[in-house]
Design a protein around this ligand. Structure first.
Ligand code: AMP
Ligand code: MN
Ligand code: MN
Ligand code: MN
Length: 280
């Protein structure tokens, strides 16, 4: 491996709301000269076995990961579990419960859509036809396919986001619980895209403090869609609070040319990369 390996620690496959199979994702990462890749599907580790097999074939280092949905003050927060043991029984039980929550939530969201005159049953069937755990991304795509909205972001704006007809308040387990699962499975908990939550600066400070108190040790300082000033802000939070820094594209779809695998900004000086503790 070269002195500076190319690292992407946040990606999705079609086991959640990405469009590539885990093996296709790893192949694409290898073709993009990525040396170290984490597969971090929403609330599932179902893709890790196939991803690891392809990574072995191609000589790429796969980091076992997951992006778990947690609740904090009625806000959904995403926590990356990196270097987790996928065989850990408690983690597997917890993710089975998350999958159940996702199915239930999707049925409730679609019932809301029916209540405002949309074909909720058909939309639910379209979501459930996907191989992955149901997510609002799948539903947004189904709303586009039905011609109800013209783009997925319009689906969120009109129906799915907080304050809209089909929004269901998050019933995810508490942040500290989720961090506990990750640590118990031997993983590092990294707060995903900390600049993306619509909360005040004071609330964000509290979130970071509670995350640290629960055993979270890293935050995502570089994330695909992040503007440069976000990277700088996240780096400052990491330095101030003693978090190490993770880096990831949050890649979902090859057709989203603006968010490719691995083409990520460098970490600003002064922050400790999360992978230092793993010999990289
Ligand atoms: P869920 O975890 O089921 O609530 O779905 C969240 C996923 O929806 C995120 O991981 C994104 O991939 C996607 N998403 C969230 N907000 C938007 C948005 N405004 N436009 C497009 N996709 C979004
Ligand atoms: Mn997603
Ligand atoms: Mn996320
Ligand atoms: Mn993600």
């Amino acid at each position: 491996m070269s002195a500076e390996p190319s690292i992407d620690l946040h990606t999705h496959s079609n086991c959640s709301d990405g469009s590539l199979t885990p093996a296709e994702l790893v192949s694409r990462a290898a073709a993009a000269d990525i040396d170290v890749l984490a597969l971090t599907d929403h609330d599932t580790i179902a893709g890790l076995t196939d991803a690891a097999a392809r990574a072995d074939e191609l000589g790429l280092r796969l980091v076992t990961g997951v992006e778990i949905s947690a609740g904090w003050r009625a806000q959904a927060i995403h926590v990356l579990g990196l270097w987790i043991d996928p065989a850990n029984p408690a983690l597997r039980r917890a993710l089975a419960a998350q999958a159940e929550l996702r199915s239930l939530r999707m049925r409730r969201i679609c019932a809301r859509l029916s209540a405002v005159g949309l074909p909720g049953e058909r939309l639910l069937a379209a979501v459930e036809a996907n191989p992955g755990l149901p997510t609002r991304s799948h539903l947004a795509a189904a709303l586009v396919a039905e011609g109800i909205v013209s783009r997925t972001d319009e689906a969120f704006r009109k129906y799915l986001r907080r304050g809209r007809a089909a929004h269901i308040a998050a019933e995810w387990p508490a942040l500290a619980t989720v961090v506990g699962w990750i640590r118990e499975a031997g993983g590092i908990a990294s707060l995903a895209h900390p600049a993306r939550y619509a909360i005040s600066a004071g609330a964000r400070r509290q979130l970071l403090a509670e995350f640290a108190a629960a055993g979270g040790t890293a935050i995502e300082v570089v994330t695909g869609a992040n503007a440069a000033h976000h990277v700088e802000a996240c780096a400052q939070w990491a330095i101030k609070s003693g978090f190490t820094a993770s880096v990831g594209s949050d890649f979902h779809h090859p057709q989203h040319a603006w968010n490719p695998l691995g083409r990520l900004a460098k970490l600003p000086p002064g922050v400790t990369p999360v992978w230092r503790s793993h010999g990289l």
